[in-house]
Design a protein around this ligand. Sequence first.
Ligand SMILES: Nc1ncnc2c1ncn2[C@@H]1O[C@H](COP(=O)(O)OP(=O)(O)OP(=O)(O)O)[C@@H](O)[C@H]1O
Ligand SMILES: [Mg+2]
Length: 284
Amino acid sequence: MHVDEGEVFGFLGPNGAGKTTTVRMLACLVSKSSGRATIGDYEIASRADQPKIRKMIGLLTENVGLYEELSAYDNLDFYGRYYKLEEQKRKERIEYLLKLLELWDKKDAAAGTFSKGMEQKLAIARALIHDPEVLFLDEPTANLDPEASKTVRDFILELKKEKRTIFLNTHLLDEAERICDRVAILKTKLITIGSPEELRHSLSGRKVKVQLQRVDDAITSSVKEMGYQIGEVTANSLIINLKEPEKENPAILRSIQSAGGNVVFVTEVGSSLEDVYLKLVKGE
Ligand SMILES: Nc1ncnc2c1ncn2[C@@H]1O[C@H](COP(=O)(O)OP(=O)(O)OP(=O)(O)O)[C@@H](O)[C@H]1O
Ligand SMILES: [Mg+2]
C-alpha cells in the first residue's frame, strides 16, 4: 500500500491486527521479518537510512511515557536538544506547540501532575518538536474527553494544511470518517483500502429513514409501488432500502407527499463506515 504526501491516512483494525507493530516497523523501532517499506526515498531496513527516517518522522506511541518530574516545557526542550535544534528554534517551537495544544498555561507544571488528556497532548507536541514531515499517531484521541478529542482532531487538520503526511491508527470509525482522506482496514493482512466514501459505496445497499408526522397504508404502498423494499415501519417512520439515496430520495419524497405524507426528517441510517468495517472484519 502507498500513502501519499500530505494525506491523512487512517489505519483501522481490531485489537491485535498489527497496527502498532506496523507503525513500530515504519519508525525503525522493530525490524521487519520480510517485505519492503520506504518512507520518502529511504528504506526502513537500511542502517544508513534509519537516522534519516527518524529525523523525518514524528511518533506518538500508544503509551506516551513522559519525564514525570520535568515540566511540560522541559520535556519538550529535552527532545528539542535530542534533535539538535538551536536554542532559539527550540523556544519558538515549544511556545508554538504548547499554545496550539492549549497547554501554555501549564508549561511550568511537572508532567507527572498532568491528566491523561494533558499527557496525550504534551506527547503530541513532543512528536512534532522537530517539525517532521511525516507524523505517526497511534490512537491519539484514546483517553481524551470529547472537547480534547476535538482539539486534537482540529489540530490534525491544521497539520494537514501544512502539507504534512499523517498516519493515524484509530479504533474510532467516526473519527476516521471525519478526518481521513483514505483508510485501510488491517487484520494481520490488508483487507481493504480506499476513501471512506469508496468503502461505503462498496457495500451494496444503503438505508434511509424517513420520519413522518404519521405513516399510513397509502404512504407505504406508494413507496412499494416504486419498487423499493421497506425494511421497517413504525407509526411515524419508514426505513427504505436503497442503492443511491442521493439520486433516489427526491422522487421517493415526492411520492410520499402526494400520498398525503408530511415528511419531518430524512436521514441515512447507521454509521456506514462502521457497517463496512464490521462486515469486512467479521467476514475474514
Ligand atoms: N516483535 C514482535 N514479534 C512478534 N509478534 C509481535 C511483535 N510485536 C507484536 N507482536 C504481536 O503482533 C500482534 C499485533 O499487535 P499490535 O500491537 O500491532 O496490534 P494493534 O493492531 O496495534 O492492536 P490494538 O488495537 O490492541 O492496539 C499481537 O499479537 C502481538 O503480540
Ligand atoms: Mg495498537
